[in-house]
Design a protein around this ligand. Structure first.
Ligand code: ASP
Ligand code: MG
Length: 409
């Protein structure tokens, strides 16, 4: 019988030191002993990537992105080599490769490259020789042979892409939590580990701030139905399976609650109330590559002008402030207000598609704790509310409770 291929991805915390790397090697050996082929994808040790970025920052405020990728890609090269050595030490044949070596081909957008194609020849050849193949996460090369990286947290996407092209039986994501929870257990101790979640819900939760998976990798997983298992690297316990939605998943109104405290609200005051103004405003923002998330425009009371608010990631706030200053002059708005003390609290669940009343229940829960809602946005399977950051944790708690998420089902 042909052996099954399991792709295992280990995040930075799971390989933070040599002791942990040896543990990871043991896990891989035990998976292999069960009769599987293993392809391991590894992140850089602990906070290596942050540390490398810090070094770059000491030398240059705006380092060349090509050189940044040259630098950042080294992090994963360290961990794959050490893991290969650890496996060899346990008597298990293993070989490590950079992304470029196995043919992870990307476009040329340094620091956020997209995967175009993934080679399988080399990996399959070494698997056939009964080796564990270890691939550096988060990196590839472009058509000109230049080294690229795939955006922060990008080892997830390497793992998902490999699982897809190798037709892996399972893509296991090993991390420092036991799986995907109904919400952050640090905020709500009663939060429950989910045994299953649909691709769509996982994608939505990752985009809304749940830290377990990189959002982009979930887009790929969802598109190709890559079977995934998110689990702990130190416990044997089963984690969370990410699967194609099945009928009774819709019986649950809300699968999880997320909170994102890393956004700010920008309000442009007195924008002329006539066709084309919003388009001009957001065109300028887009040109400056400001990533806008939620948007609200109030009706104008005077028929002359209106306020437009939107949220942006805090890390882009400095740039936003600079461009907004110019924009308001160009479009003749009266002024601008910033609020950095906001949080976006969201509920996610495919059950919302077929059930009504979810929004009402969420708003009622917030009202019961006298928490003011500043902005609202909805999609088919999520509802987000912006609240003051001082209310964020209380909001998560009361919403989690209102939907009974702590209860077993
Ligand atoms: N080492 C990279 C980062 O920290 C990639 C990853 O961890 O997935 O973003
Ligand atoms: Mg990392």
């Amino acid at each position: 019988m042909k052996k099954k291929i399991i792709v295992q991805k280990y995040g930075g915390t799971s390989v933070a030191n040599t002791k942990k790397i040896i543990n990871v090697a043991k896990r891989i050996v035990s998976c292999k002993r069960k009769g599987n082929h293993v392809v391991a994808v590894v992140s850089a040790l602990g906070d290596t990537t942050d540390e490398l970025l810090r070094l770059a920052g000491e030398i240059s405020k705006y380092p060349s992105e090509r050189e940044l990728d040259m630098l950042l890609a080294t992090g994963e090269q360290v961990s794959v080599a050490l893991l290969a050595m650890a496996l060899n030490e346990l008597g298990c044949k293993a070989i490590s490769f950079t992304g470029a070596q196995v043919g992870i081909m990307t476009d040329s957008s340094y620091t956020k490259a997209k995967i175009l194609d993934v080679g399988t020849g080399k990996i399959k050849k070494h698997l056939a020789e009964n080796k564990v193949v270890i691939v550096a996460g988060f990196q590839g090369k472009d058509l000109k042979n230049e080294i690229t990286t795939l955006g922060r947290g990008g080892s997830d996407i390497t793992a998902v892409a490999l699982a897809k092209v190798l037709k892996a039986e399972m893509c296991e994501i090993y991390t420092d939590v036991k799986g995907v929870y109904t919400t952050d257990p640090r905020i709500v101790p009663e939060a429950r580990k989910l045994s299953t979640i649909s691709y769509e819900e996982m994608l939505e939760m990752a985009s809304l701030g749940a830290q377990v998976m990189q959002a982009r990798s979930m887009e790929v997983a969802s598109k190709f139905n890559v079977p995934m298992h998110i689990r702990s690297s130190i416990s044997k316990e089963k984690g969370t399976l990410v699967i194609k939605e099945v009928k009774d998943m819709e019986d649950v109104l809300v699968r999880g609650v997320t909170v994102n405290k890393k956004e700010s609200k920008v309000t442009i005051c007195d924008v002329a109330d006539k066709p084309g103004e919003a388009s001009r405003l957001f065109e300028y923002l887009a040109k400056a590559e400001v990533n806008v998330d939620m948007i609200i425009q109030n009706i104008s009371r005077t028929n002359k002008s209106t306020d437009i608010s939107f949220t942006v990631e805090n890390k882009g706030l400095r740039k936003t402030k600079k461009v907004v200053k110019e924009i308001i002059k160009k479009i003749g708005a009266k002024g601008v207000k910033y609020d950095e003390n906001i949080a976006k609290v969201s509920v996610v669940g495919i059950g919302m598609r077929s059930h009504s009343g979810v929004a009402a229940k969420m708003f009622k829960a917030l009202a019961s704790k006298k928490i003011n809602i500043e902005m609202i946005s909805t999609s088919e399977i999520k509802i987000s509310c912006v609240v003051s950051s001082k209310d964020a944790d209380r909001a998560v708690k009361v919403i989690h409770k209102a939907f009974g998420l702590e209860k077993k089902r």
